[in-house]
Design a protein around this ligand. Structure first.
Ligand code: PRP
Length: 179
């Protein structure tokens, strides 16, 4: 385990089981619909790669990069488009793929910009959900991997100051690292 990690929240097997369950649920709902999976960079890049393979149905992928947190551990409350989609989503079934749903601001913004482009449907899949941290009311994911407590987590794509994204597990970061 990395020295900066206090404990493992989800190990590799637990992540695999979670992703396989989500993949099966999404396959059941989207088979034959050729959905576009939209990964919200950067944190979701690892999850998206595993989820697409677990789904195992015809789909397309695209990337959207937003920024809200900078390099700190608390949200600045500002969300901006850093990189836009490369394809039209008009008339298509869209599944936004997130690593973590926290305050809900990012998801609210994603839903606004995607819905404005007239897709046939938009749903959200998040690997992790921290409902205790929600500040935007009425925001929820359609597919949730694991509900987790309000702790600072890294690994499997999630970072602190751009570090730890490569860790194969999801761990709780030691307080002294970010305080
Ligand atoms: C994280 C995460 C979500 C967002 C969730 O992204 O990937 O996009 O925060 O938080 P919210 O519900 O409070 O909006 P971050 O801005 O840290 O960028 P990253 O994906 O590049 O790590």
């Amino acid at each position: 385990m990395h020295n900066d990690v206090a404990r493992v929240l989800l190990n590799e097997q637990e992540i695999r089981d979670t992703v396989n369950r989500l993949g099966a649920e999404i396959r059941r709902d989207y088979e034959g619909k050729n959905p576009i999976l939209i990964s919200v960079l950067k944190g979701a890049f690892v999850f998206m790669a595993d989820l697409a393979r677990a789904m195992d149905i015809d789909c397309q992928i695209d990337f959207l990069m937003l920024s809200s947190y900078g390099t700190g551990s608390e949200s600045s409350g500002q969300v901006q488009i850093m990189k836009d989609l490369s394809m039209s989503i008009e008339g298509r079934h869209v599944l936004a793929v997130e690593d973590i749903l926290d305050s809900g601001r990012t998801l609210q913004y994603i839903m606004e910009i995607l819905s404005a482009r007239k897709p046939a449907s938009v749903k959200l899949c998040t690997l992790l959900d921290k409902p205790e941290r929600r500040t935007v009311q009425g925001i929820a994911a359609d597919y949730v991997g694991q509900v987790i407590p309000d702790e600072f987590v890294v690994g499997y794509g999630l970072d602190y100051a751009e570090k730890y994204r490569y860790l194969p597990y999801i761990g709780v970061l030691k307080r002294e690292v970010y305080q």
